[in-house]
Design a protein around this ligand. Structure first.
Ligand SMILES: Nc1ncnc2c1ncn2[C@@H]1O[C@H](COP(=O)(O)OP(=O)(O)O)[C@@H](O)[C@H]1O
Ligand SMILES: CC(=O)OP(=O)(O)O
Ligand SMILES: [Mg+2]
Length: 400
């Protein structure tokens, strides 16, 4: 009997989900969907493996309802209705933080769940929702394997200098380290690059994952070498609502002079900063690009400035650059942002093909460009399904 896997990816502003069939070596997507927040509106859409729409629904935020809980409930109900005969043998979950514990996907046990819960303070926008997804799937399929697939795992082999903060050594030993995130996306994109351009993939690559959460990663021969994100998913680039790199003195000032509590500061840095805080208009790049208000333009300018700075830094870590990849909602669609990031980057070896960039083509660098620049739509759900299948195949009790 054909086996099926459900993949759940609870991000900060959305839930992505997919149903895969496990027949051949590669999981085959039967349905892929998204629940997103659009102001007070919630929208759920799904399409089939060929991209044809198969479902659409929208609703208003019921006062007090948790976006993620309500979205999960609807996703599971939809799966039951749309694919009643699916033989679900596993649910794979994106889990943003695996701490020092996990460098590969694992079957979720009560012990694993305890570890994941202990990491909630290090990923408050994601980890509680990732865990809620696991619990909801456990309830829906009590006898089915739950597999946790970690954003941090791809980065666990970072060299020490990219894994550490210059704090007294005991903090490193306790796990205060630069973990890096978006690992499922980086792994997917790296695999794709290997198929598209094997020589480039074997070289020095910087990937910019620019979504509602945003980070950049230096990759050499398929291995993560450095990431812009750190202990939590706050560091590095500014994001939809997160501040990105911040002088820790600002946090001390907020505590000591502004008398803000830890909770208020967390709320400020995770939910009220970034593009939203700087523009005072929106966290969404689409709205900022459509706005002619100077605050919107300044927020985009800061976003672009930090990406350019990070690109220079990561290329220096790699001692040069062979390829660059854009992915994530902004990286894949916002051609103006890409154009501004790559303007005047000839010194690093990048020459943009403006027409290809405007068309969001797969290769957006010119023929003459020494560094090849790609736009590769990421697919965290496909990576979750692959990792889930790998765990099933090496766990005899679940492989039936
Ligand atoms: N067509 C578009 N043009 C510009 N920005 C876009 C476009 N589509 C999506 N985005 C941006 O991408 C973000 C969502 O990215 P995504 O990677 O899906 O987010 P998440 O981090 O929730 O997984 C939106 O908040 C928006 O800023
Ligand atoms: C880690 C992270 O920032 O994830 P997302 O982009 O889904 O918010
Ligand atoms: Mg995301």
């Amino acid at each position: 009997m054909t086996r099926h896997v459900v993949a759940l990816n609870a991000g900060s502003s959305s839930i992505k989900f997919a149903l895969f069939e496990l027949n051949g070596r590669e999981p085959l997507a039967l349905a892929v969907g998204l629940v997103e927040m659009l102001g007070e509106q919630r929208r759920m859409t799904a399409h089939d493996g060929a991209g044809a729409p198969i479902y659409e629904d929208s609703w208003s935020d019921a006062a007090g309802a948790s976006f993620h809980i309500e979205a999960l409930r609807r996703v599971l109900a939809w799966r039951r209705g749309a694919f009643p005969d699916a033989n679900v043998v596993a649910a794979g979950h994106r889990v943003v933080h695996g701490g020092v514990y996990y460098d590969a996907p694992v079957l979720v046990t009560d012990e694993v769940l305890r570890c994941l819960k202990a990491l909630i303070p290090l990923a408050p926008l994601h980890q509680p929702h990732n865990i809620a997804g696991i619990l909801a799937a456990r309830e829906a399929w009590p006898h089915v394997a739950q597999v946790a697939c970690f954003d941090t795992a791809f980065h666990r082999a970072h060299p020490f200098v990219n894994d550490v903060f210059a704090l007294p050594r005991k903090f490193y030993d306790e796990g205060v380290r630069r973990y890096g995130f978006h690992g499922l996306s980086y792994e997917y994109v790296t695999d794709k690059l290997r198929q598209l351009a094997p020589l480039h993939a074997a070289g020095r690559v910087v990937v910019a994952h620019l979504g509602n959460g945003a980070s950049m990663c230096a990759i050499r021969d398929g291995q993560s070498v450095a990431s812009s994100m750190g202990f939590t998913a706050l560091d590095g680039l500014p994001m939809g609502t997160r501040c990105g790199q911040l002088d820790p003195g600002v946090v001390l000032y907020l505590m000591q002079e502004k008398k803000m509590s830890a909770e208020e500061i967390a709320n400020l840095l995770y939910l009220e900063s970034g593009l939203k805080g700087l523009s005072g208009i929106s966290y969404d790049m689409r709205e900022l690009e459509a706005s002619d208000r100077p605050e919107a333009q300044q927020a985009i300018e800061y976003f672009v400035f930090r990406i350019r700075r990070e690109l220079g830094g990561l290329a220096a870590v790699l001692k040069g650059l062979d390829a660059m990849v854009f992915c994530g909602g902004i990286g894949e669609h916002a051609w103006r942002v890409r154009e501004r990031v790559l303007e005047g980057m000839e010194w690093i070896g990048i020459e943009l093909d403006r027409a290809a960039n405007r068309a969001s083509a797969q290769v957006i660098s010119s023929e003459r460009s020494r560094v090849r620049v790609f736009v590769i739509p990421t697919d965290e759900e496909a990576m979750i399904a692959r990792q889930t299948l790998a765990v099933l195949d090496r766990s005899p009790a679940t492989a039936a």
